[in-house]
Design a protein around this ligand. Structure first.
Ligand code: SAH
Length: 506
């Protein structure tokens, strides 16, 4: 192999190599890619996205690269690498699987003072391609100077979770309005202060709510005219924290918790989830769980209002989903009545989570075509089953699954009412206590032994009751935590002696 020149002696790499970060404008500029395979394909794609004019030098081209050639988007230099391919190039990327060829490309580029990147060979590179987080025109490049690319990728993934899509929309808006903003605040110091207020104000929230571009432009124009509309205004995000497993928190919930000044959380929200929140956010437990009303709804509302009016970003964090037996609706009505802006982040509700973690499909073509979510508590009864609030006849229909929230305290009455309304004695149930958490317990049996079984195993709140044929699948489909416990109590009555009896003593 011919040598095209000599790369500079590579001194022992210092621990803090100084790379000069730069974003290159490659639009309509020819860039050479040596190689036509899979690795080259990714580089060519990135160059095309940047508007560059890739020239691809290789004996043959992969399928996609060929398509780009046919579409006239690239030029092909057919054959083995020749130094003259570099003439007139702004950059070169060597992406062949032949180390000698890659090295020759790097040497020839060095001689001509053309920046070269050799894929996966950092010591041959005179420029590195960073790991990238992209939101519209906003790009965050991460580099470890080739020393620890896996770490750079790890940081990239972390940033991906932190920044939602609306940051890109914000960047587009600011790009569109750049001249207006400069004209309004020619002084750099004033402009900076305006931006600080703008970004701490309501604009990011408006963009998350997906206002359209025209509305966003109008809003910004107005803010420019009367600098006051960017004063920080407090707001409340109603966030569903899921059932307890921190892995079930959504990215939007995580972002909201990271931006919060104040977090008002229910007792149901697990410590593991709270640990994900911004460290210096003020946390207030407004502890609401069945039976223990340590803070009334009025007090919670007053707290939300007080903090929002003080300009804070308040996260109202609730177990499961805020709109499923979470009083989310009432809280939003209150906020709306007081003019406090709000957002809602849904969470995984207990029925969905407990079913998944107990191996109980909520619907199943053989067993259940519909799902009902009911609660045994109503607004004014904190511990007694609200018998009149439920339509019992509809609850005992076959081929449906019923998930009962907050039911542990009233299982005797629930069982009696369902049997009275005509439910099958042998209807399978599963009680899931602490669903999705390490301490999860699943107790199974049939309706006629429900209350007694719950007593036998001392089932505690939070627990969710699932009634329906699908509940019997908890044992065969068990995959998480301890195996399901089965009733050892005998039912008082056997209404279907031929059916398999899950609940009988072993
Ligand atoms: N908004 C919540 C429900 C609040 S009501 C949601 O969407 O899940 C509180 C009831 O939810 C509890 O009494 C219990 O029945 C159920 N629940 C919540 N988390 C649970 C968990 N991890 N395991 C079992 N049941 C749970």
């Amino acid at each position: 192999m011919r040598r095209y020149g000599r790369l500079p002696h590579q001194p022992k790499r210092p621990l803090t190599p100084a790379l000069f970060p730069l974003f290159a404008d490659l639009r309509d500029r020819p860039v050479l890619v040596v190689g036509g395979g899979a690795v080259a394909e990714r580089k060519i794609e990135a160059l095309l996205e940047a508007g560059a004019l890739p020239r691809v030098g290789a004996p043959e081209l992969g399928e996609r690269v060929h398509e780009w050639l046919d579409a006239g988007r690239i030029t092909w230099l057919e054959g083995d690498f020749e130094a003259r391919w570099l003439d007139g190039m702004w950059l070169v990327i060597a992406a062949t699987d032949d180390h000698e060829v890659n090295r020759a490309v790097a040497e020839a580029a060095f001689e001509r003072r053309i920046f070269a990147n050799v894929v996966d060979t950092s010591e041959l590179c005179s420029f590195h391609v960073p790991a990238l987080v992209r939101r519209g025109p906003l790009q965050i490049a991460i580099s470890s100077a080739g020393g620890a690319p896996m770490l750079a990728r790890h940081v990239r993934r972390q940033l991906e979770t932190l920044l939602d899509e609306s940051i890109g929309t914000l960047a587009e808006l600011l790009t569109r309005q750049r001249e207006h903003i400069r004209a309004r605040f020619p002084d750099l110091g004033l402009r900076r202060r305006f931006f600080e207020k703008l970004l701490a104000g309501p604009l990011p929230r408006l963009l998350r709510q997906r206002v359209d571009a025209a509305q966003a432009d109008a809003w910004l124009q107005q803010a420019l005219a009367a600098d006051t509309s960017v004063e920080p205004v407090g707001s409340v995000v109603l966030v569903g924290a899921g059932p307890g497993d921190p892995g079930l928190v959504t990215l939007n919930a995580l972002r909201a918790m990271n931006e919060a000044d104040v977090i008002l959380h229910d007792r149901l929200v697990s410590d593991e989830v709270l640990r994900l929140a911004r460290r210096d956010a003020t946390r207030i437990e407004v502890g609401k769980s069945a039976g223990h009303q340590s803070m009334g709804q009025d007090q919670i509302n007053a707290l939300m209002l007080e903090h929002a009016r003080a300009g804070h970003r308040v996260v109202r964090l609730k177990g499961g989903d805020p709109f499923v037996f979470g009083r989310g609706g009432e809280e939003l009505e209150f906020l709306r009545a007081h003019g406090v802006p709000f957002e809602v982040v849904p969470g995984i509700t207990a029925a969905v989570a407990c079913a998944a973690y107990a191996g109980i499909p909520l619907t199943h073509r053989d067993h259940a075509q519909s799902l009902r979510l009911v609660t045994a508590h109503c607004k004014d009864s904190s511990s007694v089953l609200d018998e009149d609030g439920l339509d019992w006849e509809s609850l005992v229909r076959e081929r449906q699954t019923v998930a009962v929230y907050m039911g542990v305290a009233g299982l005797d009455r629930l069982q009696a009412r369902l049997l009275n309304a005509g439910s099958r004695h042998s209807l399978p149930f599963a009680l899931i206590e602490n669903g999705s958490r390490a301490s999860q317990r699943v107790v199974t049996g049939t309706l006629d032994s429900l209350a007694e079984t719950a007593r036998q195993f001392k089932v505690q709140s939070p627990a969710l009751l699932i009634l329906g044929e699908v509940a019997a699948l908890a044992t065969p489909l068990h995959w998480f935590g301890a195996a399901p416990l089965q009733a050892t109590v005998r039912s008082q009555r056997i209404d279907n002696p031929g059916a398999p009896r899950l609940h009988q003593a072993a």
